[in-house]
Design a protein around this ligand. Structure first.
Ligand code: NAD
Length: 376
């Protein structure tokens, strides 16, 4: 297909985005079309990039691993060999901004410790690249606002690495709630926790780098679960913090419980911890119930309802997430995890910490509807 034929077959979608008729055609942020999948650069080559994202990007239809950003030369050499990445697409944290001139890179995926997300997301937006920020989106609402503003100014798309938003069991829960299969949701319980026994100096236990403990790590999954299982944003939250190993969790929260109130008197409760194992979502409705257990890990997830099992074939969640974001850029399909969703969750995180500081007092939340809570 030559360029004239290609543009002739393109159509403008409702959002004004170019509709790509062909998988191998991509529309870069600068508007250039090229005969290739969208190129993704991973920033930070730690365990999530190494064991989940890079392998997933070998399976994606709409995007591919095209570049890396790392502060460790030995990792650069290893990834160069393993994934065939040309040195011209390998950056470090200092020369990262030169990525603006790299036409092979369309999307920058920030996979760094939480307190570094905002800096690199904003630098990526200024370089004219679409941005995915790992969860939690940042360590404060103010940082989320700055990321959203930078992406708006640059005219680039922004997403948060909420892989479960693309995952079939989670999407099925959203469908059950959206279609009121079991009537109205009355009560939600969501737990996301694991036991941390590793190096006490790791960044996740260092508030300056993590922004917080279990709540910033696994807690955002519980917050998300409560919201999409209820189909609404909460209007209030109260919370408590507990610790059984204060000598290990010196700087960050170990275990947090929180109770949400939703419009109409619906109740949600959540637990998150770095010192217990829990991985469950349960919803009670007027004429039945649903449950996922496990609900949050890389899958396969498992689920059932009052009418029987939920069953889907397993696929890489990261592959589904990356292809969803690429199609959002290319075709204007819905952004399953927009920046506003990450910001909303950070509003809730800040309210939870405030409630704990104020002795468990109920904190009112004023969150606008939206963010695709129940989108298909
Ligand atoms: P990790 O510790 O394995 O990797 C962190 C990377 O950041 C390393 O490559 C490290 O070299 C680099 N880095 C740069 N500056 C650093 C500094 N000052 N201190 C420490 N590391 C520094 O962490 P990870 O598990 O890959 O997590 C990275 C991000 O991905 C986090 O935001 C985390 O919440 C998120 N994550 C998301 C999921 C998910 O399921 N969506 C899963 C795991 C991690």
């Amino acid at each position: 297909m030559d360029r004239r034929n290609f543009t002739g077959k393109m159509a403008l979608g409702a959002s004004g985005a170019l509709m790509a008729p062909h998988l191998s055609w991509a529309c870069a942020p600068n508007g250039n079309t090229a005969q290739r999948k969208l190129g993704v650069a991973l920033v930070g080559l730690g365990s999530y990039s190494t064991y989940q994202l890079a392998p997933a990007l070998e399976q994606t239809q709409w995007c591919r691993l095209a570049g890396i950003v790392t502060g460790t030369p030995s990792k650069a050499a290893k990834w160069r060999e393993q994934y065939g990445i040309d040195p011209s697409h390998i950056y470090n944290y200092e020369n990262f901004d030169a990525i603006a001139q790299d036409d092979s890179i369309d999307i920058v995926y920030v996979v760094l410790p939480n307190s570094m997300h905002a800096e690199f997301a904003i630098r990526a937006a200024k370089a004219g690249k679409h941005v995915i920020c790992e969860k939690p989106m940042a360590v404060s609402v103010a940082e989320c606002d700055a990321i959203i503003a930078a992406c708006e100014t640059a005219g680039v798309k922004l997403s948060v690495g909420y892989r479960l938003q693309s995952e079939p069991y989670t999407r099925e829960i959203k469908r059950l709630v959206r279609e009121k299969t079991f009537g109205d949701v009355l009560f939600i319980s969501a737990d996301a926790a694991y036991v941390s026994r590793g190096n006490p100096d790791q960044w996740r236990l260092n508030r300056e780098l993590s922004g917080g403990g279990a709540l910033l790590n696994m807690g955002v999954y519980s917050i998300q679960s409560c919201i999409y299982s209820c189909g609404k944003n909460p209007i209030g939250v109260s919370a408590q913090e507990f610790s059984t190993r204060p000598e290990y969790f010196k700087d960050t929260d170990e275990t947090i419980t929180a109770q949400f109130t939703f419009p109409g008197g619906v109740v949600g409760q959540m637990m998150t911890s770095h010192n217990a194992n829990a991985n469950r979502l349960y919803g009670s409705c007027t004429s039945g119930w649903f449950e996922l257990q496990p609900a949050n890990n890389y899958g396969p997830l498992s689920g059932r309802t009052s009418e029987g099992p939920i069953e889907f074939p397993h696929e890489s969640q990261q592959k589904l997430q990356m292809d969803d974001f690429a199609r959002h850029i290319l075709e204007g399909t819905p952004n399953r995890a927009p920046g506003e969703m990450g910001r909303r969750d950070m509003v809730i995180v800040e309210a939870i910490y405030r409630s704990i500081r104020e002795g468990g007092r109920q904190i009112a939340l004023d969150l606008p509807e939206g963010y695709g809570i129940l989108q298909e």
